[in-house]
Ligand binder design. Structure first.
Ligand SMILES: [Zn+2]
Length: 68
C-alpha cells in the first residue's frame, strides 16, 4: 500500500488560502455565508468569546484568529 499525501497537502494549502480570503472579506464588512448552514459568518472578538475568530452562529464553520 502506498500513501499519497500530495492530494492532502494540496487540499490543506487550498483551505488555508480560502480561510485567509474569508477572513479578509469579513474584516472588510463583506457578507460570507457558511458552506454548511448558509448563515452569514460573523467576527467574534476576544471581548465576546474566549475563542475569538470567524464563524457562523451554528458553529459548523469556525476559523480561529489570534488577537495579539
Ligand atoms: Zn454554519
Amino acid at each position: 500500500m502506498k500513501l499519497d499525501f500530495s492530494q492532502l497537502n494540496k487540499q490543506t494549502k487550498q483551505s488555508f488560502i480560502d480561510q485567509h480570503a474569508v477572513i479578509k472579506k469579513v474584516m472588510h464588512g463583506k457578507v460570507v455565508v457558511c458552506e454548511q448552514c448558509r448563515q452569514p459568518l460573523i467576527l467574534i472578538t476576544p471581548e465576546q468569546s474566549e475563542r475569538p475568530g470567524i464563524g457562523c452562529s451554528k458553529g459548523c464553520t469556525f476559523i480561529s484568529l489570534e488577537f495579539t
